[in-house]
Design a protein around this ligand. Structure first.
Ligand code: IPD
Length: 263
């Protein structure tokens, strides 16, 4: 049975290198365009960093497969098979990156037989590194992570993200969920503009739960291992423990410490 620790070491190296490219590009003028909606942003740095990560990993592990946010947006088939597969978001928080708002991360997840084996998330603005390997715990800069133990939703801090869609039906759902969360009541709701970093805050116990409908696999892959290894769980809207799915609509609820949100 392989333990994939060599792959994890390489993922850490390339995440740091990619993060430095992002941090450097953050100081410069960006070339921005949009994808599925006017608020679904992409920059040339997203493409450059994804190419850097995939070409480095492909050279090192030629038999492995890749799912990347920008390759998928460019039409490369997003397919999760039983083969070792790297799942990459080169810049999570692209809108933040465009505005020099500091919540920006590189996210690299790794799955084998559709099971997530490890995740690496590098916070580009402050150099924080989150890592986890299945069965070996979750860490932030080497310090062990644990989710919050709070079980009472009225004492919970809840995180969510808005996503890129602004059509009336999506906004109605978003605002309805926000109303429910605020009137539960909860201590508060926060939106930081990077789903992967929000999920790292759940893993580190800084907030109790996260929800979002419409997360893509590259938004959640690395973070899901980190949360599970920190003692949290990742569930879907039916309350079932979720499995990684190659389809683009990978939902959302991360429940830490037993806080009950939507079920
Ligand atoms: C997005 C961000 C955003 C979340 C979206 C993600 P991107 O990732 O994490 O906060 O609401 O669902 O797709 O496009 O910046 O990589």
């Amino acid at each position: 049975m392989e333990d994939w620790s060599e792959c994890l070491d390489v993922a850490v190296q390339i995440a740091r290198r990619a993060g430095q490219v992002v941090a450097c590009a953050a100081q410069q003028e960006k070339r921005v365009s949009s994808k599925s909606t006017p608020t679904d942003l992409v920059t040339e740095t997203d493409h450059q960093v994804e190419e850097l990560i995939i070409s480095t990993l492909r050279h090192r592990f030629p038999s492995h497969r890749f799912i990347g946010e920008e390759s998928s947006a460019a039409g490369v088939k997003c397919e999760l098979t039983d083969s070792p597969t790297w799942i990459i978001d080169p810049i999570d928080g692209t809108c933040n990156f465009v505005h020099s708002f500091p919540m920006v991360a590189v996210s690299i997840g790794f799955a084998v037989r559709k099971e997530l084996e490890f995740g690496v998330i590098y916070h580009c603005s402050d150099g924080t590194l989150y890592t986890a390997r299945r069965g070996h715990g979750a860490f932030c800069n080497g310090a062990r992570l644990h989710v919050s133990r709070e079980r009472d939703v009225s004492k919970a801090l809840i995180l969510t993200e808005i996503g890129a869609k602004r059509d009336p039906a999506t906004l109605d759902i978003f605002l309805g969920n926000m109303r429910k969360m605020l009137s539960a009541p909860t201590h508060g709701v926060r939106i930081i503009g990077s789903s992967t970093l929000a999920l790292c805050h759940i893993a580190s116990g800084a907030a109790e739960a996260y929800y979002q409908y419409g997360l893509h696999c590259w938004d959640i892959a690395a973070a899901a291992v980190i949360i599970r290894e920190a003692g949290g769980c990742v569930i879907d809207t039916s309350g079932q423990h979720s499995r990684l799915n190659q389809s683009h609509y990978y939902y959302f609820v991360t429940n830490a410490g037993g806080v009950k949100l939507l079920y």
